[in-house]
Design a protein. Structure first.
Length: 476
């Protein structure tokens, strides 16, 4: 029996770590977790007697509070699904099938892939990931783990991964930084929250681009900062529009989200002059910089500045998988200790489990090969989508983009005179399409009307069918 339990233990851990909890759903996270756990237990008798991960580990993997996990465990213990053994942990009880009938697994929203709709933005094609190589790196990292992995974790992240990122940035973005300046996070949200809570004084004003990623504003509100929106123009953010009392500015110079515009060199220099003159901070979200299909990207602001007044934000969510939940930030040396002190108090959110594997993946050269393959395929998909949309080039301004994972296509005057991008988005949704509306990302009054069409995660067959549906929607 012991051998049987041991055999399935890793499978159970994998299933639990793959649970997908959506904070935007009406059902509370605690209830989502409870239903997911109960479904796994009842539907898989083979896990009887297996040990559940510690609440601290599972909460870190699922990015929820430890209280949420412990409450779900306690409820399942009271229902008889779980048992506790003093000093050993929490285990799945034997013979739980009589407690409740097995529920169809499809009823539990555990995997979100099927809910991805064509044209949804921000999604990579995870099928392109070299899964066998990734599994090999994970296996090597944890079959005989480095003793330091099992010791007290550095709140800034696994050092070899920080060193690998340092090498990557020097090669790909001409950004020279020491591994000690890199902080591993659970993604862009945590990076930004960490900066707002530790490096920008509460109540200060931060200038953000308008339009911008909607979660940027959410983080500012959550951390007690004031927002000043600056409308971008054809060349992106104009430094002259930064408010006079701003302590910081958040900018996406490589490829603005959602318009796709790039900040030209004169404005980059102007922005750095502003930071030097007033002592302000520039938070550089290097969004989509890895996916460039023509020419070379302009140098990063952080590289130009030498990390004096800039903080650089990067993420692996679009390079490997959104489920990886690994991002990073690069900070000026003088600011690192403040971030460390905060993380030592609250604890890091980024899971340590994938970090050694990711470091090996990068250092082996497999990561660079993966990036080149993604670039080639995404460029081809963009070209295919544009050709499929030529049937409505009298309604949309259709043009290729030199970078990115989505297209931003403005409505031509004739179409804009009879409808809006948000109306088109709603009609497209009824046809099973996730078409973004540019105006929905703006807080300032705007006449800008454009459709946002993600293509990276979808093969040519899906894009062809989706384009046909969209053409019918536009023709009305």
């Amino acid at each position: 029996m012991a051998n049987s339990v041991k055999k399935y233990q890793s499978n159970l851990d994998s299933e639990l770590f793959a649970l997908s909890l959506d904070p935007d759903e009406k059902t509370a996270l605690q209830m989502q977790l409870l239903e997911g756990l109960r479904s796994i237990i009842v539907s898989s008798p083979k896990y009887a007697g297996a040990r559940l991960p510690a609440s601290r580990m599972l909460s870190a993997e699922l990015s929820v509070s430890r209280t949420t996990v412990q409450t779900a465990y306690d409820q399942l213990i009271s229902e008889g699904y779980l048992i506790t053994r003093q000093g050993s942990g929490t285990f799945i009880a034997e013979n739980v099938s009589h407690l409740a009938p097995p529920r169809p697994r499809a009823k539990i929203s555990r995997y979100k892939v099927d809910s991805w709709l064509p044209f949804q933005t921000g999604l990579p094609d995870t099928s392109l990931m070299p899964h066998a190589l990734w599994a090999r790196h994970l296996d090597r990292a944890w079959r005989r783990p480095d003793p330091e992995l099992l010791a007290r974790a550095d709140p800034l992240g696994w050092y070899p991964l920080r060193a690998a990122i340092s090498d990557h940035l020097a090669t790909w973005r001409n950004l020279n930084c020491a591994p000690e300046q890199i902080i591993i996070t659970s993604g862009a949200w945590e990076s930004l929250e960490l900066i707002c809570r530790t490096l920008i004084g509460e109540g200060n004003t931060v200038t953000v681009e308008d339009p911008c990623w909607h979660k940027t504003r959410d983080v500012l509100s959550l951390t007690g900062l004031k927002e000043h929106s600056a409308r971008i123009d054809h060349d992106g953010l104009n430094p002259a529009k930064i408010s006079h009392n701003s302590a910081a500015v958040i900018v996406t110079p490589s490829r603005h989200y959602p318009t796709g515009r790039s900040l030209p060199m004169p404005r980059r220099i102007s922005l750095l002059d502003w930071a030097d003159r007033v002592g302000g901070l520039i938070i550089e979200d290097d969004y989509d910089s890895e996916f460039r299909y023509q020419g070379y990207p302009l140098p990063s602001l952080s590289g130009l500045d030498g990390l004096q007044h800039t903080l650089y934000l990067g993420s692996f969510s679009k390079l490997i998988s959104t489920a990886l939940r690994i991002g990073y930030m690069v900070a000026p040396k003088r600011l690192v200790d403040k971030a460390r002190a905060y993380l030592e108090q609250v604890g890091p959110r980024a899971s340590l489990i994938p970090q050694p594997a990711l470091a090996a993946f990068m250092l082996s050269g497999d990561f660079a090969i993966h990036l080149r393959r993604m670039r080639r395929i995404y460029a081809q998909r963009q070209s295919h989508l544009i050709s499929e949309l030529r049937a409505v080039d009298d309604l949309l301004e259709i043009h290729p983009d030199v970078a990115g994972m989505h297209l931003c296509l403005p409505l031509k005057p004739g179409l804009a005179a009879r409808t809006t991008d948000q109306d088109i988005s709603r009609l497209a949704r009824q046809q099973g399409l996730s078409v973004g509306a540019l105006s929905a990302h703006c807080v300032l009054p705007t006449k800008q009307q454009a459709l946002l069409l993600g293509y990276a995660a979808f093969d040519n067959e899906v894009l062809t069918k989706a384009a046909s549906k969209l053409c019918h929607v536009l023709r009305g």
